[in-house]
Design a protein around this ligand. Structure first.
Ligand SMILES: [Zn+2]
Length: 376
């Protein structure tokens, strides 16, 4: 629970914090309007919180900046792989080897969009917390020296949510903000992605696109393509990653964003969904092992959601509509098997049907050997 160690803060201006049913005037929180005796799940599980003098934590900004810079370094480093894969269009005229500047620009066209999407996502949560005066840390970015170069980012929320409204707004703020930034990033990537007519080599990593990317393809270039038919611009990989992160966070389990939203919408009935959704994750793990990793992490962190002080008051109609939008975002961002490793090289590639049409020019068709994929 509300992390009692957080209540013992050494410095900063004092802040008074207490139970919502406390004596009017004694607490920062407005008194609960109802006068009947009420035992909330919060009080049942943790007892009535005592009046505490609560100095606000002094943020360790240097740590947040350091983690951000480290994550910028690891995502740019991993971005060089995507840039080399996409190499021909980054080459200066007449050159056949990518110079350092071209490589760096290509890598940054992956890392900067990825960090922008993650930053927007975390700011969505953080600003919602600030709006409600909930004590929350700035984003911690997690550098990771493989795959996308990061394991995402998170903020620490140091106070319990008082009602469903706060829980919902803080929970949904991140995915909406990340989704809104991921779409134009993916659109830019789609417009700069190139056709690849060579068969994929063994060890090639293939992206399976979510509906959002397929729909953007149709909208922007008039037809769709699969990852096997193209060499993705690094920004398309970034947009794909942003949508993947959005979908993963919207899984309605535990303390993921989707878990917060489900709790806010379903109230105490959210517990009924816990095991079925975890079971679904276990089944999906048969196709993509990453879901098992996520399931284990969720089990380690704990599936139990800290109870709200008031879980009975229903959510308003406007927020229920936003919850429907969250379901929409999940559907268009989610892919059960996001990545696939090609183990056996396939035979000669069949040209994509679009190559005979006119629209393919928008994909900047080159057929030189440099377009073969590099293994990442
Ligand atoms: Zn989130």
């Amino acid at each position: 629970m509300p992390r009692r160690r957080d209540l013992e803060r050494p410095d900063g201006p004092p802040q008074v914090w207490g139970p919502p049913s406390g004596t009017p005037g004694d607490f920062n929180d407005p008194p609960r309007p109802s006068s009947e005796p009420f035992i909330s799940p919060y009080h049942r599980d943790f007892g009535t919180p005592e009046l505490v003098s609560l100095p606000r934590r002094r943020e360790r900004w240097w740590l947040h900046v350091l983690l951000f810079l480290l994550t910028l370094a690891t995502t740019t480093w991993m971005g060089t792989g995507f840039a080399l894969n996409y190499r021909p269009s980054l080459l200066p005229p007449g050159a056949d080897v990518l110079d350092l500047r071209g490589l760096l620009l290509g890598a940054l066209s992956f890392s900067i969009p990825v960090l922008s999407i993650l930053f927007a996502h975390e700011m969505g949560h953080y600003l919602a917390c600030r709006y409600y005066g909930i004590d929350a840390s700035p984003p911690y970015f997690i550098p990771f020296p493989s795959l996308a170069g990061t394991m995402g980012a998170f903020i620490r929320i140091r106070e319990p949510f008082r009602d469903k409204r706060e829980l919902f707004d803080v929970g949904i703020g991140g995915p909406i903000a990340g989704f809104v930034v991921a779409l134009p990033v993916a659109a830019y990537g789609i417009l700069h992605t190139k056709v690849n007519l060579l068969p994929p080599a063994a060890g090639t990593l293939v992206f399976h696109y979510p509906l959002a990317i397929t729909a953007l393809q149709k909208l922007l270039i008039g037809h769709t393509f699969s990852s096997l038919e193209v060499v993705e611009h690094p920004a398309l990989v970034a947009g794909w990653f942003g949508l993947f992160v959005t979908a993963m966070n919207l899984l309605p389990i535990g303390q993921l964003d989707g878990g917060h939203v489900l709790y806010a919408v379903a109230g105490k009935r959210h517990r009924l969904f816990k095991w079925p959704f975890l079971g679904a994750l276990a089944v999906m793990g048969l196709y993509f092992k990453g879901w098992w990793v996520l399931a284990v992490l969720l089990l380690i962190v704990g599936l139990k959601h800290p109870p709200l002080m008031d879980e009975d008051a229903p959510l308003d109609r406007g927020r229920l509509l936003v919850a429907a939008f969250a379901v929409f975002m999940f559907i268009v961002s989610f892919v059960p098997m996001p990545l696939e490793l090609i183990e056996e090289p396939s035979g000669p590639r069949r040209p994509p049907p679009e190559s005979s049409g006119t629209v393919v020019h928008e994909l900047d068709l080159h057929r030189c050997p440099e377009h073969s994929r590099l293994d990442v």
